[in-house]
Ligand binder design. Structure first.
Ligand code: SF4
Length: 215
């Protein structure tokens, strides 16, 4: 027998969230292959942030939880979901519900935040607490340019920390990964780059691409 949704869960399924962009499958934003969503809106404004286009709270586009889940389900080979930004903790309610559904499918959740875990816990916000309970690996702290350090996977400065909030991942899992960049030529002709690398590497990639374009 098909179970009917309760009115409350039906409503939440159509809840809106504001995102900047997403990539269906990436290997550069957490363990294994992942569905990665850049949330829209961030108040941290870290000097040297590579994603400053995600800062405006009213930028990006809106999407329902239902639609985001449908996009996510197009790539069942993914190990899980990564949420970054922008600041995911500005939209804790819909993201907590999204992550609950991801976990129900046996997949993992990785979240990057510009807040520290201590700051999040001190907020005393039940929605933030509930969202934290849905996260396997939390990577916290703002990007601090003076502490730039690309020696650890997926993070840009040495103050940022990995918090293993469930038993899904551990430090040994992290040690198995190195930073990488992914470059995609999109169907609209634009080039999309995600991942992490130092400025010299990025500049040399741009030069190679410019030369290719000239040929
Ligand atoms: S928290 Fe992240 S998205 Fe926000 S300004 Fe800092 S680096 Fe950029």
């Amino acid at each position: 027998m098909k179970r009917l949704m309760t009115n409350a869960s039906f409503q939440s399924f159509y809840k809106m969230m504001r995102i900047h962009s997403y990539v269906n499958i990436t290997s550069a934003e957490g363990p294994g292959k992942r569905f990665c969503v850049w949330m829209q809106g961030c108040r941290q404004h870290c000097v040297g942030c590579y994603n400053s286009e995600t800062w405006p709270l009213r930028g990006g586009s809106t999407i329902t939880l239902k639609k985001l889940l449908a996009i996510y389900e197009k790539a069942p080979e993914n190990e899980g979901v990564t949420l970054l930004g922008g600041e995911p903790f500005l939209q804790p309610k819909p993201l907590e519900q999204f992550c609950q559904l991801v976990h129900k499918k046996g997949k993992s959740v990785v979240v990057f935040t510009g807040y520290t875990l201590e700051q999040l816990l001190q907020m005393g916000n039940p929605a933030v607490d509930a969202f934290l309970h849905q996260i396997d690996l939390l990577i916290d702290g703002p990007y601090i340019q003076a502490l730039q350090d690309f020696s650890r996977p997926w993070v840009g400065s040495s103050n940022q920390r990995y918090h293993f909030l469930t038993e899904r991942y551990c430090q040994a899992d992290i040690a198995a990964y190195v930073n990488k960049l992914e470059i995609r030529l999109q169907s609209d002709g634009k080039v999309r780059v995600n991942g992490i690398a130092d400025e010299a590497t990025i500049e040399s990639i741009i030069k190679v691409m410019e030369n290719k374009v000239r040929i």
